[in-house]
Design a protein around this ligand. Structure first.
Ligand code: GLY
Ligand code: MN
Ligand code: MN
Length: 409
């Protein structure tokens, strides 16, 4: 996909300092991970498909390992381990970077730089990749520059079978987590106690933990869309909204369910739940090869409008007078229905091409009624197949009947 005679460069994330000598756990940048498998700090990947020497078509630079590092931090990749992981034959230590990069760059016409072009990213920090981009622009300012992100959004949006296998595993572990916590649901249980049960199940199944900060929101907490305190008591008669997924092999799972604390939905909870479930199921049916994501979201909005009218939460008049830019249903369903899912929770993917086989999306409509202390969302992870879909998270109890039957056991 790169223009002729071009190079591209990708770096690891930094290890982020906290205070004193503390730091956050290392989390690899998903692009270098996707392209090489190298899951280690300070790695650099350079691609140059038209390189004059075959050995310089793809090159990995790694932090040099030594006995001292091995004692304190554990061994880092040897060159042969790096080859096993990445399939890249040419591996240098970082001390060789400037020399080898220069040898490549003087033969290239342009360099693809990587940025973060996610619609919803707001980043104040300078990333390791940003510092690399600045260094390259300073030293190679007569080259042409291109953006890697549009290409990555195209390729990462559609998953390979190998990626799907890992995502199925993340979904399987998430499913086990939900089935575990259902056994702990009872009046008086605390949100953080349920979070702990998820974590137990995830770790014991060799997930590294939560794919994103989990939301465990009882009662009216469910109306705070990004509630992550998880420190309230769950009361008899309330629902608990769980937005929880396991990470596995760096891939994410992203699921939302709402369960009654005492095992039984009230009539009103069941009524609103059924409305959300109906939109959720309708949306899954709409999400097929060929549809554009904008058209899909508009159609889901129409399904939601019908349900909110039936519930009496909005009126025909509200719909007639609605602002097309912020339709009436948005009062009770103010977020999007679907996002790409993969290495990142809000994963890369283009909205300008039709949905195709191998893409993975969440489907997550919700209805939020703060005046009733009721917030309901249902979220599954859907793989697009040639003629429909595969639901990765369907085994997690979802219908009213499934949930009540499971909880009565
Ligand atoms: N858990 C984040 C989301 O549902 O998008
Ligand atoms: Mn979610
Ligand atoms: Mn989601």
């Amino acid at each position: 996909m790169m223009k002729p005679n071009s190079m591209a460069i990708f770096t690891s994330n930094d290890i982020y300092p906290t205070s004193a000598d503390g730091h956050l756990p290392f989390k690899q940048h998903s692009d270098i991970l996707y392209l090489s498998g190298a899951d280690q700090e300070e790695s650099i990947l350079v691609l140059f498909p038209d390189a004059h020497k075959d050995s310089l078509r793809e090159v990995l630079f790694l932090k040099e390992t030594n006995d001292l590092i091995a004692v304190w931090e554990g061994a880092k990749y040897t060159k042969s381990q790096a080859f096993d992981i990445s399939g890249i034959k040419t591996v240098f230590w970082l001390s060789e970077f400037e020399r080898v990069f220069n040898e490549m760059a003087v033969k290239a016409d342009r360099i693809y730089l990587n940025g973060n072009e996610h619609l919803r990213a707001h980043i104040d920090t300078e990333l390791r990749q940003d510092r690399m981009n600045n260094w390259i622009k300073e030293h190679y300012h007569t080259h042409e520059f291109e953006r890697s992100q549009p290409l990555l959004h195209r390729v990462r949006g559609t998953k390979s079978e190998l990626e799907l296998e890992v995502m199925r595993k993340a979904a399987e572990i998430t499913t086990k987590g939900y089935k575990r916590i259902l056994k702990y649901m009872k009046p008086g249980v605390w949100e953080h106690e349920l979070e702990a049960e998820f974590m137990h199940e995830f770790l014991i199944n060799r997930s590294r933990g939560f794919a994103y900060t989990p939301i465990i929101a009882s009662g009216n907490n469910a109306n705070v869309l990004h509630y992550i305190e998880n420190n309230d008591k769950c009361h008899d008669g309330d629902l608990v909204l769980f937005d929880v997924g396991a990470e596995y092999g760096n891939y994410t799972c992203d699921v939302t369910r709402c369960f009654p604390v005492n095992g039984k939905f009230t009539a009103r909870q069941a009524e609103v739940y059924s409305a959300v479930l109906s939109v959720h199921e309708g949306a899954i049916e709409l999400l097929r090869p060929g549809i554009m994501l904008d058209d899909y979201h508009k159609k889901v909005g129409e399904l939601m409008t019908v349900e909110l009218l039936k519930l009496g939460l909005i009126s025909d008049e509200d719909v007639t007078n609605e602002d097309p830019a912020w339709p009436a249903y948005k009062k009770y369903f103010m977020h999007g229905t679907s996002h790409y899912l993969g290495l990142d929770v809000h994963d890369y993917g283009l909205w300008t091409i039709p949905v195709e086989e191998g893409m993975v999306f969440t489907v997550e409509p919700g209805i939020y009624i703060p005046e009733e202390g009721l917030g309901i969302r249902i979220e599954d992870d859907i793989v697009i197949t040639k003629d429909g879909h595969e639901n990765l998270t369907r085994e997690i109890p979802k219908t009213l009947e499934e949930i009540e039957a499971f909880m009565s056991r």
